[in-house]
Design a protein around this ligand. Structure first.
Ligand SMILES: Nc1ncnc2c1ncn2[C@@H]1O[C@H](COP(=O)(O)OP(=O)(O)O)[C@@H](O)[C@H]1O
Ligand SMILES: [Mg+2]
Length: 231
């Protein structure tokens, strides 16, 4: 599903160069549920963005669902994202000028789907927010915004979902509700899940933990988590 090969990313600003990922390698199979953990600044968000085709590597390669993203134009990467990828951000990243319903409709419209409004409503219902469909993001709490962004991320039935500290901005109780929804939707739709977190308890609920530090993978282990215990 996802192959990351010798991935290196260097940011340039003026004459300063900062290499934040060095030769990162891993492979994620379809259906895997895996966590990426590591200290703040270790390159987790950069790695997720490159893996999802939001940004381009300096060298190395990302193969997503059999498609090498490395030399694709921004338009082609956007197409691949819309076809195969869902993304959930720590700070929700809903479009502020669109209602909850319209936010969920966007990926469906980009795909040229039919019954977009009905499909989006069903997803909002699934996350418990049908009655808030005409509210704008600023009218929703953080937990509600993240539930809308879950509905949006799953709307295109992604083959792979990337979640970057999805509960990092939420209080514990709200975070747990969002986590449960994320795992439930993931299981219902059979999505491959790559979850960045520094919540080790959350990471333990996945099947595999990839640890990164200073831009390199320092361990990659199975958690022996049974699916019984996870849910
Ligand atoms: N666009 C950018 N330009 C320059 N440096 C960046 C940029 N994005 C991230 N960085 C730097 O890259 C390093 C890794 O950042 P990040 O991937 O956000 O780490 P994490 O998500 O693990 O906290 C940090 O030192 C950060 O300051
Ligand atoms: Mg980050």
């Amino acid at each position: 599903m996802l192959e990351v090969r010798d991935l290196t990313k260097t940011y340039h600003s003026g004459n300063r160069h900062l290499t934040v990922l060095h030769d990162v390698n891993f492979t994620i199979q379809a259906g895997d549920v895996c966590a990426i953990v590591g200290p703040s600044g270790s390159g987790k968000t950069t790695l997720l963005g490159l893996s999802a085709g939001l940004d381009r590597a300096s060298s190395g390669s990302v193969i997503l669902n059999g498609v090498a993203l490395d030399n694709l134009s921004e338009d082609k990467r956007a197409y691949v994202r819309n076809q195969y990828v869902g993304f959930i951000f720590q700070n929700f990243q809903l479009i502020p000028t669109l209602t909850a319903l319209e936010n969920v409709m966007v990926p469906l419209e980009l795909r040229g789907e039919r019954n977009v409004k009905q499909q989006a409503m069903e997803l909002l219902e699934r996350v418990g927010l049908a009655e808030r469909h005409d509210h704008y993001p600023t009218q929703l709490s953080g937990g509600e915004q993240q539930r809308v962004s879950l509905a949006r991320a799953f709307s295109n039935r992604p083959r792979i979902l990337f979640a970057d500290e999805p509960t990092g901005n939420l209080d514990e109780e709200t975070g747990e509700r969002v986590e449960k929804l994320l795992f439930d939707l993931n299981r219902e739709m059979g999505t491959t899940l790559v979850l960045v977190t520094h919540d080790l308890e959350l990471a333990q609920r996945t099947d595999r933990i990839i640890r990164i530090k200073g831009g390199t993978v320092i361990s990659d282990t199975l958690t022996n988590q049974t699916s019984e215990a996870r849910h």
